[in-house]
Design a protein around this ligand. Structure first.
Ligand code: NAD
Ligand code: UDP
Length: 321
């Protein structure tokens, strides 16, 4: 299946553009002929992610915290709001920053889109479904989120961001879209950001034990970053308001993932059980019927292939620490 939808943009603002997903989005938009302004405060992003883009015509970097505003000089026709810590280790370390980026930052990004008459896309998350009681999760499911648990700073910020985006569309007529991303992985993740793929790959390559949380039976559905970027841009091009799930429908347990990464990396690492994080969701898998039907989108990169590419990148990239 190929994604049918494309649309050309003149100038896209990507908040969080120096992060993992944001830097791939910036590159894809430049490839498609758009000028791109990346707004990032480098709280969890890395200069290395965008240093190759700095030399490309049409790319501008604005170092700013979106909670204080988006100092963008040229009017955009697309605003992709991707700024937010995303790794549990990062948002547990930055709880207030995460809440403020999801609230004040989202408000500022929406206001820029509205005043520019630009299309707005909010990077929401499968975390809005919390520890789900419906499986797989479709967009009509309201979720099961602990509002005072440690993960709430992220899950509730995303839920608030969705409510704010909806209210902006309803009351101001802003052209908005909500994409709910599920676990995405690939090159440019920080090896130490704590998320499962970079953690396991780094450990496997170093011959260290793989730290599997609990009994490892909890599942995630892993989407390669190129597929996620294609899905986000298809949703941007479509007039849909969403929310729409963008993620892989192929589910894997964390124990099986650890074994697969050890095998693909040709490693002799062992498995070491470690404590399971509080409120760690037991299952997570998107129903992507809506994305398939409306956007003609589904992931194309199988897990083995995507993991091989990620392993190769971590093996070769000296900055991936
Ligand atoms: P990341 O941490 O690599 O990137 C986030 C970027 O946002 C970083 O460059 C960081 O410096 C920047 N940022 C954070 N707060 C900011 C602020 N106040 N002002 C300006 N910049 C700020 O994370 P990622 O994995 O690339 O995630 C990007 C977006 O996608 C996030 O909104 C995240 O919630 C969402 N998302 C990602 C995943 C995933 O699996 N990667 C899944 C669901 C949702
Ligand atoms: N996990 C793990 N070992 C690690 C890091 C994470 O077993 O070193 C588990 C984690 O407990 C969760 C899953 O892997 O069950 C995915 O965690 P991640 O932090 O990547 O993302 P989440 O989906 O929880 O936001």
């Amino acid at each position: 299946m190929t994604t049918a939808l494309s649309r050309s943009w003149e100038h896209a603002v990507v908040t969080g553009g120096a992060g993992f997903v944001g830097s791939h989005l910036c590159a894809a938009l430049l490839d498609a002929g758009a000028a791109v302004t990346c707004v990032d405060d480098f709280s969890t992003g890395r200069a290395e992610n965008i240093s190759p883009l700095l030399e490309r015509p049409g790319f501008t970097l604005v170092q700013a915290d979106v909670t204080e505003g988006l100092p963008v000089k040229r009017r955009p026709d697309l605003v992709l709001h991707f700024a937010s810590p995303a790794s549990p280790a990062d948002y547990l370390r930055l709880p207030l920053h995460t809440l403020e980026t999801g609230s004040l930052g989202t408000r500022n990004a929406l206001d820029l889109a509205h005043s520019s008459r630009a299309r707005f896309v909010l990077a929401s998350s499968s975390e809005v479904y919390g520890d789900p009681r419906q499986h797989p999760q479709d967009e009509r499911y309201w979720g099961n989120v602990n509002p005072v648990g440690p993960r709430s700073v992220y899950g509730e910020a995303k839920r608030f961001g969705e409510a704010l985006t909806t209210a902006h569309a309803e009351t101001r007529g802003t052209d908005t879209c909500i994409v709910r991303l599920f676990n995405t992985y690939g090159p440019r993740m920080r090896g130490q950001d704590g998320r499962v793929v970079p953690a396991f790959v780094r450990q496997a390559l170093a011959g260290e034990p793989l730290t599997v949380a609990g009994d490892g039976r909890q599942t995630r559905s892993l989407c390669y970053v190129d597929d996620t970027v294609r899905g986000v841009l298809a949703a941007a091009a479509h007039g849909m308001r969403g929310p729409v799930n963008i993620g892989s429908p192929t589910e894997i347990s964390m124990l099986d993932l650890a074994r697969l990464i050890v095998e693909l990396a040709g490693s002799a690492s062992e498995i070491r059980p470690v404590a399971r994080p509080v409120d760690d969701p037991a299952v997570r898998c998107p129903d992507i019927t809506l994305a398939r039907d409306k956007l003609g989108w589904e992931p194309q990169v199988r897990a083995e292939e995507g993991l091989r590419r990620a392993i190769a990148w971590f093996r070769e990239d000296a900055t991936a620490d």
